[in-house]
Design a protein. Structure first.
Lengths: 262, 246
């Protein structure tokens, strides 16, 4: 548990600095007061409601983006011609940061879930599309050739070779995208909605409740970490071959525990 | 009677607005079950020739026929072993070997049995569940050969398959290849840059000219295998002379 030590130090500083008068407790309330504010928020049920609102928006926007971006990215990376048509448009859209879409999203969708989901969608799709496309561009074509000479149809070459060989890169992009989606939903909730962690955060600032501001930030950080952890577990399950462990399609696990030092 | 037939096959690549001629009118006839080695200076289009026969590329002109039929695209009839093993890294050795059976719709049970039998015959029993990165270079190339053999190809195309393994492994693999060929009698096109290897293995050695490649000469070797270095010495000299010509 070496990783716990820095956290303990930060927690101690956070507690002691305001208490000792080193920093103004109004600007930085001690950790204990921040956590107490959190307990109150959980008791009243408010935190959970806001949390679900944010999670729901991230889930919807992110899944929509992934469903579009992964196939489109693969197509873009594998087809020079398609890329030639699309990449100038993408190049222009790319520097527009997701928060810059917020005003347009409000004009189009009003106030509520829809603009937030839209912002998450836009932010995620940018990252995942370009990442998957660049991975697909560097697909090892010899593997595809090998499959073709073994009688694979084009469809089989795509499903049995291109997809598994791109899987590590795609999963990596999905993690990047999820982190971005989580950031986007906060940006959107600060202006476009009346619920969600981002809204709670901005409302707390307006009421000068610094401990609530800090608490929201803690929750945002912890949830982002949790979401990433979920994807990492999925990654570990799907990419077991990279560690060379575990079962495969043909043989039961443990059927051939072999001596590799031979 | 010829089984595999190349008639005036040319291949020209276009890159950066320039045309590069890789093959210039190759004529070649191979009997069924014959073991033919292709040698020539590097860049003479040997690999291109194999890719054309495999169906991965299309000739710029000329035609390629197998058993009287023009070849169209890739097929299980013509399996290719690449210079590098080119295994699927996410599949175990057994799944790699079974890949061509899977695309061909062979049921799981049969796939497993055939893959395991092939791995065993190539001295890889016990490594069925290993992933490619857990195997040595020589073992990987064995798996690649087993993968090509699994689909029972009529024509086995090998592109310098033993170039990246050490000398001892190479000798063992050569012996195994001859044994497999004698047992199954596929038609073999074997590209190599090693004169010794070509002479030790093939019924016939085809010498290609420098780029653009065309058939310059051929040597028919009537001797039984295994062939001793002493036996091969005069042939080696002739082959060296043929390759040294400008």
């Amino acid at each position: 548990m070496r990783g716990a030590l820095p956290l303990v130090i930060v927690a101690l500083l956070w507690e002691l600095a305001p208490r000792s008068g080193l920093v103004d407790p109004v600007l930085l309330p001690p950790l204990s007061r921040t956590l107490a504010a959190g307990v109150a928020l959980v008791r009243s049920g408010a935190l959970l409601g806001h949390l679900w609102a944010s999670l729901w928006r991230v889930g919807a926007g992110y899944l929509l983006a992934v469903v579009v971006a992964v196939p489109a990215g693969i197509g873009l990376g594998l087809s020079r011609r398609l890329e030639g048509y699309v990449s100038p448009v993408l190049a222009l859209l790319r520097p527009i940061a997701p928060p810059a879409w917020v005003p347009l999203a409000i004009l189009w969708f009003g106030i509520g879930d829809a603009p937030a989901v839209f912002i998450v969608f836009v932010g995620t799709i940018q990252a995942v599309l370009l990442g998957v496309a660049s991975a697909a561009r560097s697909l090892d074509r010899r593997l595809v050739q090998a499959a073709l000479t073994l009688g694979a149809s084009r469809r089989q070459a795509l499903w049995l070779v291109a997809l598994p060989s791109l899987a590590p890169a795609i999963l990596g992009q999905l993690r990047v995208g999820l982190a971005l989606a989580w950031m986007c939903v906060m940006a959107a909730e600060m202006v476009a909605v009346r619920r969600g962690l981002g809204y709670l955060l901005i409302e707390a600032r307006n009421l000068f409740q610094t401990e609530r501001v800090l608490l929201c930030m803690l929750v945002i950080g912890a949830l982002g970490l949790g979401l990433d952890y979920l994807l990492r577990m999925l990654e570990g399950k799907l990419l077991r071959w990279q560690q060379g462990l575990g079962a495969d399609e043909l043989l039961a696990p443990g059927a051939g525990d072999q001596d590799l030092s031979r | 009677m010829s089984y595999l037939r190349l008639v005036q096959v040319t291949k020209t690549y276009h890159a950066d607005g320039r045309a590069v001629e890789a093959l210039a009118g190759v004529d070649l006839e191979v009997r069924q079950g014959e073991f033919v080695a292709l040698v020539g200076p590097s860049g003479c289009g040997k690999t291109t020739l194999l890719h054309l026969v495999a169906g991965l590329e299309v000739p710029s002109s000329g035609r390629i026929e197998l058993a009287g039929e023009p070849i169209r695209g890739c097929s299980r009839d013509r399996a290719l072993v690449f210079q590098e093993p080119t295994l699927f890294p996410w599949l175990t050795a057994a799944d790699n070997v079974a890949f061509g059976l899977r695309t061909g719709g062979v049921p799981l049970r049969e796939r497993r049995e055939r893959a395991l039998a092939l791995l065993q015959s190539l001295g890889l029993d016990g490594f069925a569940t290993s992933y490619p990165h857990q195997l040595s270079g020589g073992m990987r190339q064995r798996v690649a050969i087993a993968r090509a053999l699994a689909v029972c190809p009529q024509v086995l195309l090998l592109d310098e398959p033993f170039a990246s393994v050490d000398a001892l492994t190479r000798e063992a693999l050569q012996e195994e290849l001859v044994r497999i060929w004698q047992a199954r009698r596929p038609t073999v096109l074997f590209v190599t840059h090693s004169r010794e290897e070509a002479l030790a293995l093939a019924d016939r050695v085809i010498v290609l000219s420098p780029r653009p490649g065309r058939v310059r000469a051929e040597l028919a070797l009537p001797m039984a295998r295994p062939r001793s270095p002493v036996e091969l010495a005069p042939w080696l000299e002739r082959l060296r002379d043929l390759l040294a010509q400008p």
